[in-house]
Design a protein around this ligand. Structure first.
Ligand SMILES: Nc1ncnc2c1ncn2[C@@H]1O[C@H](COP(=O)(O)OP(=O)(O)OP(=O)(O)O)[C@@H](O)[C@H]1O
Length: 376
């Protein structure tokens, strides 16, 4: 399916994308390119779509090199953050536009015999099929400016899928939506992509959007892919402290693991990691209020959130860390409290080539690969 080999994009002296390799080799699978602002995500997407010339590297599809094929002949579906629907057309009109463009693109690459111009009845049937796929049956005659943000993105998805593209590229598709809707729509998008059997690349800076959407996440920082993992392993085993900080871990402790027990400055904690040296990555929920916990700390600040307390605490010999409590914990600034370290909410960074089963999925500078041939 899609293979990006050693893609680099430079603007003058500045390298925006550095030697990125990406493979998606199964229809219906989603690879998320996750990285901070300016890390090169959109440049990779544009390079795959043919919207950005590559300084070096290749893009191929099913073994065919399409690096120099113009954008309208690549048969790639694109969905952007704001959907970019035609406001003067109905929902059906927007989806039909996708069909027209798609069949034209296919005719342009000599694919007209296998995908002939559709009759009116065939177009109508395809629109109905897509409305059903994206959960908008009955919305065909609605004007798109009468849709909610989530509905509009569903239409954008249907329009992109209409010509049965061989690849779907989603650029921050849910970023304009509010949090709750974003999470719900992410689950639907995943289902829609799986049903359509279209290999899909999504770029996003939003951790939970990537986790909700993707079968596999490639972390890109400063133009380089630093880790490729299924979402669960990414947060369990960040490749290094740079990736871990981007993922939200804030404090790092040297540790030595033996038989599933890590010994560190905060004592011993059960973790999932191979015997040997490691670094424990502590996030907001690694240290939790526990009246008889082994860690003594002084509360520096407390914020009450709907799902519990978030604190900054000072720990002798370690420094300031984040910690969490429930809404039932009575905690005030300056108080001395006891905390427990939750190994299941702590990242374990193991040195490369340590032999850990989970470490196989995150090799620095590796190629991102998602689908049946994934090497995890
Ligand atoms: N045409 C250009 N000329 C010069 N520099 C560019 C150009 N396009 C992008 N860049 C730079 O390349 C880097 C990567 O940009 P890109 O848009 O790919 O990042 P991104 O990860 O998608 O960021 P964001 O999440 O903010 O959209 C940025 O530093 C950007 O300023």
């Amino acid at each position: 399916m899609l293979t990006v080999q050693s893609m680099s994009v430079r603007y003058g002296d500045f390298t925006a994308v550095d030697n990125v390799s990406v493979t998606i080799d199964r229809g219906g699978h989603i690879l998320a390119l996750l990285g901070p602002s300016g890390s090169g995500k959109s440049t990779v997407l544009r390079g795959i779509a043919g919207l950005e010339p590559l300084t070096s590297g290749t893009v191929s599809f099913d073994g065919e090199d399409i690096t120099n094929v113009p954008v309208h002949k690549r048969n790639i579906g694109l969905v952007f953050q704001d959907g970019q629907l035609f406001p003067h057309r109905t929902v059906t009109g927007n989806i039909e536009y996708g069909l027209t463009v798609g069949s034209a693109a296919r005719r342009a690459v000599g694919d007209g015999d296998t995908h002939p111009k559709l009759t009116k009845a065939e177009r109508s049937a395809r629109v109905d099929e897509l409305l059903d796929l994206v959960g908008l049956v009955g919305y065909g005659s609605r004007r798109v400016d009468q849709l909610s943000g989530g509905e509009a993105q569903r239409v954008a998805l249907a329009r992109a899928l209409a010509p049965r593209p061989r690849l779907l590229l989603l650029d921050e598709p849910l970023s304009a939506l509010d949090r709750g809707l974003r999470d719900r729509l992410a689950i639907d998008v995943r289902h829609i992509v799986a049903e359509s059997h279209t290999p899909t690349l999504v770029v996003t800076h939003d951790h939970s959007e990537a986790a909700f959407l993707a079968d596999e996440i490639a972390v890109i920082i400063d133009g380089t892919i630093r880790q490729v993992s299924p979402p669960r392993l990414l947060w369990r085993n960040p490749a290094d402290t740079v990736v871990a900080k981007f993922l939200g871990f804030e404090s790092f402790l040297d540790a030595h693991i033996r038989h599933g027990v890590a010994r560190c400055a905060l004592g011993a904690v059960g973790v999932d990691g191979p015997d040997g040296d490691a670094v424990l990555a502590l996030g907001q929920h690694s240290l939790v209020v526990a009246p008889h916990g082994p860690v003594e700390a002084t509360v520096v600040s407390v914020v009450v959130l709907p799902d519990g307390l978030r604190m900054r605490v000072m720990i002798d010999g370690v420094g300031e860390c984040g910690a969490a409590g429930t809404l039932y914990d009575d905690v005030v600034v300056g108080q001395s409290i006891r905390l427990g370290l939750d190994g299941r909410r702590t990242g374990v960074i193991v040195p490369p080539n340590s032999g850990s089963p989970s470490n196989r999925s995150h090799v620095q500078g590796t190629r991102a690969r998602v689908g049946g041939g994934a090497d995890d």
